[in-house]
Design a protein around this ligand. Structure first.
Ligand SMILES: *[C@@H]1O[C@H](CO)[C@@H](O)[C@H](O)[C@H]1NC(C)=O
Length: 358
């Protein structure tokens, strides 16, 4: 009996002191809130469209409101204000007025895909809360700007007294995903094993429905939401239910560089270029298979066809995916018609001229 009582008191005082330090950190952060916009973008090396939006947003704030500091929360330990500023211009042709401040995060593994082989969505979402805890307790800004789609961090940012702004490219969950499980078709986020079983599919529908509900709650904590397309807008409005605070802002595409390209093709090769990060939802394997089918249908004397994949790798999983894709091209016997370009610079380093991809 005595042991149980001691254990009870130890546990109670432990959890009380935990809650107490939690509240104290929040109060301290709130009091020391800085006049700044802090961007939650843990992967500042990913080279995708999301990163371009980030740099355009930083630049826009620097132009509109020079007195407001821009701070980047990043999990890339080698990045500094100067390297990030260089990156913005080299990779995306975005010239910042001055270098952003940087806050380094050391708990990024909590949002990595590989940390959660199962229940990836909920795992990564809860992990992002922990990561944003690190971010907000290190630096509490007046404006918290999420550019990577981590909606589960918004309630915490509000507790710290921040105004929450986000740019959402894609909903974490959509009704399409739920109906795909319902119809039991397999895809990159629906295992064949689950698609085959009625019971597993039903459990997954319940999991997705609960998740949508939570996602709706956390998303509705945002003060201002920007979405990249009408497709994303309609899904986000359905999930978060704050249409009056949801605005469509198309992603900033730099077409000036493209306009410099000549329209006439000089060579006789016909190239298809597929630009996308090597991440699962881009369905590169499907593109490759479709191309193999197309190749099998053209006659031998038609001009040679090439499929060129251009994209970046964020991590080891993306690298593995790229390697699998290369192997698949060999399996399909089309390796001479397929080329891969990884992590290309936006600008060629020589002459300072834009050479786009090469
Ligand atoms: C919005 O973002 C998603 C995810 O990156 C992308 O697939 C889609 O093409 C984007 N829409 C527009 C209009 O850029």
């Amino acid at each position: 009996m005595g042991v149980v009582r001691v254990l009870f008191w130890v546990l109670t005082s432990l959890s009380l002191s935990f809650v107490w330090s939690f509240i104290q950190t929040i109060i301290k952060g709130k009091k020391n809130r800085k006049r700044a916009v802090a961007f939650f973008h843990p992967y500042t090396n990913d080279g995708g469209g999301g990163e371009r939006v980030l740099w355009c947003a930083v630049k826009a704030i620097q132009e509109e409101n020079p007195n407001l500091d821009c701070v980047i929360y990043t999990g890339d330990h080698d990045s500094s204000p100067e390297t990030l500023m260089l990156r913005a211009i080299d990779r995306f042709g975005v010239k910042l007025l001055h270098p952003p401040q940087v806050v380094h995060l050391y708990r990024r593994k909590w949002i990595e895909e590989s940390t959660y082989p199962r229940f990836t969505m909920i795992g990564q979402s809860l992990g992002s809360v922990y990561l944003s805890w690190e971010a907000l307790s290190k630096f509490t800004p007046q404006f918290y700007f999420d550019t990577s789609g981590y909606a589960f961090t918004y309630p915490l940012a509000r507790m710290f007294g921040c105004k929450v702004i986000c740019y959402t490219h894609y909903p974490t969950i959509s009704s399409d995903m739920v109906s795909r499980v319902w119809k039991r078709s397999s895809m990159y986020n629906n295992d064949a094993l689950i698609a085959k079983s009625v019971w597993l599919s039903r459990c997954k529908v319940i999991y997705y429905t609960l998740f949508s509900w939570m996602y709706g709650f956390v998303g509705s904590c945002a003060h201002l939401v920007m979405v990249n397309s009408s497709w994303t807008q309609s899904h986000i409005e359905k999930l978060w239910k704050i249409p009056e605070r949801t605005k469509k802002v198309y992603p900033p595409c730099d077409t000036a560089g493209l306009q410099e390209l000549p329209l006439e093709m000089s060579n006789r090769n016909h190239n298809f270029i597929s630009v996308a990060q090597f991440r699962p939802e881009k369905a590169h394997t499907l593109q490759l298979e479709a191309f193999a089918v197309a190749l099998s249908k053209v006659d031998a004397d038609s001009p040679s066809l090439k499929l060129q994949f251009v994209g970046s790798c964020r991590n080891k999983e993306d690298e593995d995916r790229l390697q699998k894709l290369k192997d698949k091209a060999v399996d399909l016997n089309i390796e001479n018609n397929v080329e891969f370009y990884k992590n290309l610079m936006y600008r060629a380093p020589f002459h300072g001229r834009r050479a786009l991809w090469y």
